[in-house]
Design a protein around this ligand. Structure first.
Ligand code: KE4
Length: 432
């Protein structure tokens, strides 16, 4: 594969855009090499400006669960655009979207649309603070909740990838109100509650992590957090920006059987257009302006164009028979193939998968269940694997600390080709 046009485009972009990208994780900086400039996509494939086609496991970092350019979604966007993209006034589409979200995620009794996952988590935290009258928030090392100041503390995803989990620009005044605990380590949470009695407004967590790679919570951990929040009258926020509508119609909370007080959403909910949302208990949501005193606003929140893409996507997820079991079967086939590769080549590594989210960890460890485990991964080896996969037509997330996504558009042939390419890459690495 040659990438000459992307290389030239990246040089050009860097003259006008910081780092040449509009989001750091796209830069390929942590895996070496240069980002691909994508020209088009369809189904499970993306094509770069050099004409190279790839089987896509990034899926725009989660939104493209239906695959790219699903005809119903494209048609909905085109139809709505003809009547106007945004009015800054209520539309019927927003009510329809809110009602469908309430139907699919029963813990959500009322929901507010915003324009990104970051806006959703930022707003949910402000709401929890306004509702409780408390200041402190507990987050978990390696979890990423967008680039809101309060959450760029021991953060995952790009912050972890680039080794800036605590970015400059976040004031001490802000940072002091964020406490960090350890994922799958309930005592680390209990300790913070004991030390900060009656001061903790919220606990925010990725109920299944994607931003330090995929890690599922131990039952006693996630249920223990629920009980701690109940006992301390603290708001439990499940950040389901990635897992919402990804792991099931009701997201991770349905799979785990644990009900949060607030849920944040993004990615899939926009069907590829900029949408975020947060919702939950009516008693809490009613504190939001204009009904209550907690202020939050947005020019393009709930705009009809984004609503039409998101609503069409959610309706397909909600109404397609066996959607999630079919999606899970595809991802299971991929996991089985990758596991067989590791076994046959006696290659040190392991896969964490839940539903259609997966991560291949380059580690000597027997399991990856915590941030500490993740930090033992060989990111250099991952970088080499990433590049070899790319050259074989497989587009993975350019970081060890991310999740891969299978879409319903991925065919058995795609999975077969991915497993073959992965085998060749691992074999090459083994023989190095
Ligand atoms: P956005 O502001 O990027 O829409 O959402 C922030 C966010 C919040 N919560 C979770 C659990 C998330 O995964 C994200 C965003 N995820 C990253 C990738 N893991 C977005 C990719 C990027 O930063 O470009």
């Amino acid at each position: 594969m040659t990438y000459n046009k992307s290389i030239a485009a990246f040089a050009e972009a860097q003259k006008s855009i910081p780092g040449g990208v509009n989001s750091p994780v796209r830069s390929f900086k942590s895996v070496g090499g240069q980002p691909l400039f994508i020209s088009k996509a369809s189904g499970s494939k993306v094509t770069d400006i050099d004409g190279n086609e790839f089987i896509d496991y990034v899926g725009s970092w989660g939104p493209m669960i239906l695959g790219h350019t699903h005809p119903d979604v494209v048609a909905a966007i085109q139809k709505t655009a003809a009547f106007g993209a945004s009015f800054g006034a209520p539309t019927l589409l927003e009510t329809e979207m809110a009602e469908l979200i309430k139907e699919m995620v029963p813990s959500i009794e009322s929901v507010r649309m915003v324009n990104s996952g970051t806006e959703a988590t930022m707003s949910a935290l402000r709401l929890a603070r306004g509702y409780t009258g408390r200041d402190l928030v507990i987050k978990f090392e390696g979890c990423y909740h967008g680039h809101n100041d309060s959450f760029l503390i021991e953060a995952g995803s790009g912050a972890l990838t680039f080794g800036i989990p605590n970015t400059p620009g976040v004031t001490k005044g802000t940072a002091k109100d964020t406490l960090t605990a350890k994922f799958n380590d309930l005592p680390s949470v209990i300790q913070l509650f004991e030390k900060n009695k009656d001061q903790i407004a919220a606990v925010i967590i990725e109920p299944v992590t994607g931003n330090m790679g995929v890690i599922t919570p131990e039952k006693e951990f996630i249920e223990g957090i629920r009980k701690l929040c109940d006992d301390n009258k603290t708001v439990l926020i499940f950040d389901e920006v990635m897992t919402g509508f990804r792991l099931s119609k009701g997201g991770a909370q349905t799979i785990l059987g644990v009900t949060p007080d607030l849920t944040t959403l993004g990615k899939i909910i926009g069907g590829g257009l900029p949408v975020g949302a947060y919702g939950g208990k009516l008693e809490i949501m009613n504190e939001l302006a204009p009904k209550g005193p907690v202020y939050q606003a947005g020019t393009l929140s709930g705009n009809p164009l984004a609503m039409s893409a998101g609503l069409t996507t959610l309706k397909l997820l909600n109404e397609t028979e066996n959607f999630y079991s079919d999606l899970d079967a595809k991802a299971a086939l991929l996991e089985e193939g990758l596991q067989n590769n590791l076994k046959e080549l006696n290659f040190k590594g392991l896969i964490n998968r839940i539903g259609s989210m997966f991560t291949l960890f380059f580690t000597e460890e027997e399991s990856v269940n915590s941030f500490a485990d993740v930090c033992k991964c060989d990111t250099n080896l991952f970088g080499q694997y990433f590049k070899m996969s790319l050259d074989s037509g497989i587009y993975l997330a350019p970081s060890q600390f991310e999740a891969g996504f299978v879409s319903i558009a991925h065919s058995e042939k795609d999975i077969e080709n991915t497993v073959k390419a992965s085998y060749m890459a691992l074999k090459q690495l083994k023989n190095k």
